[in-house]
Design a protein around this ligand. Structure first.
Ligand SMILES: *[C@@H]1O[C@H](CO)[C@@H](O)[C@H](O)[C@H]1NC(C)=O
Ligand SMILES: *[C@@H]1O[C@H](CO)[C@@H](O)[C@H](O)[C@H]1NC(C)=O
Ligand SMILES: *[C@@H]1O[C@H](CO)[C@@H](O)[C@H](O)[C@H]1NC(C)=O
Ligand SMILES: *[C@@H]1O[C@H](CO)[C@@H](O)[C@H](O)[C@H]1NC(C)=O
Ligand SMILES: [Zn+2]
Length: 452
């Protein structure tokens, strides 16, 4: 026991000097590491579990920030999720390195300090610890990809474009519940098997969102900018070189629309964006899903500037509080930017706050809240990331006249899948069936092999 304790001491002493070792930490080691960090940096970290995997492993989230234990008005919430596919392990390694980097540099490195003072960063290094533990150390194949029940977690979320009423896995439910506890503004989930930044939508029902083979969201300009921020801050991603597995797939500037690459249903990024008003990218950060450990330092160096630059983008656009005529913040006020018809309108959270990632420019914003006059204002939005803050713009509502009691009708999510399942069912029988079956089969086999 004494020897064990001594070893632990020695280990933590060594790691505090040399930083976290570049190797694969199993779930027990990872938990130990996160608890050590939580104990060593109580001022700026807070460790909690958002639930358990099928096999009962905790889904640990480390929060970093000046006020790690609670949300503060004006401080945007950011998150990174790694290892959703159990055999895509580089994200998990890099997120632990990121934790090491941020904690050890706080109050020493100005960029890190400003970042943690101006935003709250949530890191879930492994969303699929069971898959990780069962993974083969292999570059391409899918052993360990799925959770313990054999389910692909990145196909198991509710989908905006088609009905997928299947049962949600424990890991997916944990993330869905997590999204209800905080209003996340920006996020990325880290995968492997390619090198590209992929952005919503991942799916389409072939409505007006489908443009030139891409499934375009109302915030496409912002997603395009976010994806390019990652790829151009990465030492290589922007070159768009495809991994050998993906010969023939070219990623201009190292980015792609998710649907344009390959359509998928039940993905996490569309879910975050459509239902949690959190803009999320899927970052593919290594050709090899489970590379030899000696490649890990190089992968960290390639991704580190990109991971940091991307976090800083949480300060894009405009943020603020919507208040009633008494100055009291109101929840569920609809805050709409002209020209952006989101499937679910963005609403103020329980603190009455809204966050809207927007590129610099002039925007007309309309705020609606029952019993109050609709408020429309045009504002000039600067580039926030440079100053580590989005523009703050509060809205003060006025009660509507008693005589005109018609309050604006509540705006619900538009659910395209309901309308479009119907048209889908009305497909003309004349459609030649065989070619599409062959195409589907080929696609299915290709995807099984190459999925990332
Ligand atoms: C994190 O550290 C605090 C003390 O600073 C402790 O109370 C808490 O239990 C720790 N959390 C975990 C999950 O170990
Ligand atoms: C960040 O916050 C800490 C703690 O409040 C403070 O001491 C420090 O001066 C701040 N630094 C910057 C760059 O904002
Ligand atoms: C935004 O509006 C201001 C006036 O408020 C105007 O000077 C400026 O040119 C506009 N910018 C753009 C990009 O339209
Ligand atoms: C089916 O074909 C008819 C007549 O050719 C056409 O009017 C209709 O729009 C088609 N429906 C679909 C779903 O393609
Ligand atoms: Zn993946």
């Amino acid at each position: 026991m004494l020897v064990f304790t001594l070893c632990l001491y020695l280990w933590s002493w060594l790691s505090s000097i040399h930083g976290l070792e570049f190797r694969y930490h199993n779930s027990v080691e990872m938990e130990q590491y996160l608890k050590d960090i939580n104990r060593t940096y109580p001022e700026i970290t807070h460790l909690h579990s958002i639930g358990q995997s099928v096999e009962g492993r905790e889904l640990w989230v480390l929060i970093l920030g000046q006020h790690p234990r609670e949300h503060r008005t004006g401080i945007p919430e950011f998150k990174y999720v790694g290892n959703m596919h159990g055999n895509e392990v580089v994200g998990r390694v890099l997120l632990l390195q990121l934790i090491d980097y941020l904690t050890s540099r706080y109050l020493k490195d100005p960029l890190v300090t400003r970042m943690l003072n101006s935003s709250r960063v949530h890191i879930l290094p492994s969303m699929n610890p069971d898959g990780f533990e069962s993974s083969a150390r292999d570059c391409i194949y899918a052993v360990g990809r799925y959770n313990k029940n054999g389910v692909d977690l990145n196909r198991n979320f509710p989908d905006a474009f088609e009905s997928n009423e299947e049962e949600r896995e424990k890991e997916v439910r944990a993330v869905m519940d997590w999204l209800k506890t905080e209003t996340f503004v920006l996020s990325a989930n880290l995968h492997g098997g390619a090198v590209v930044a992929s952005y919503p939508y991942d799916n389409s029902n072939k409505g007006s969102e489908l443009q030139g083979g891409k499934s375009i969201s109302p915030d496409d300009d912002v997603f395009f900018h976010l994806a390019r921020t990652y790829s151009f801050s990465h030492t290589e991603m922007h070159n768009g070189d495809s991994c050998t597995d993906f010969v023939g797939t070219e990623f201009v500037d190292g980015i792609t629309n998710g649907y344009h690459w390959y359509p998928l249903s039940g993905g996490m990024q569309d879910y975050n964006y459509v239902w949690a008003q959190c803009l999320e990218l899927t970052l593919e950060i290594s050709c090899c899903k489970f590379p030899p450990e000696k490649q890990l330092p190089g992968l960290w160096e390639a991704n580190r500037p990109a991971l940091l630059a991307y976090m800083q983008q949480v300060h894009l656009g405009v943020k603020g509080v919507v208040m009633d005529s008494y100055g009291k913040p109101v929840q569920n006020a609809v805050v709409e930017v002209a020209g952006r018809k989101n499937l679910c309108p963005f609403r103020t959270d329980r603190n009455g706050e809204y966050y809207r990632l927007l590129l610099p420019g002039n925007y007309t914003i309309t705020v609606t809240y029952p019993g109050h006059k609709t408020l429309t204002q045009t504002i000039k939005v600067p580039y926030g990331p440079d100053s580590f803050s989005a523009l703050t713009h509060n809205f003060l509502l006025q009660q509507s006249d008693k005589s005109s009691t018609v309050s604006p009708s509540p705006q619900y999510c538009t659910t395209p899948h309901l309308e479009n399942t119907a048209t889908g069912l009305m497909m003309n029988n004349s459609t030649p069936l065989l070619p599409s079956v062959i195409t589907a089969l080929t696609l299915f086999i290709l995807q099984r092999l190459l999925q990332s």
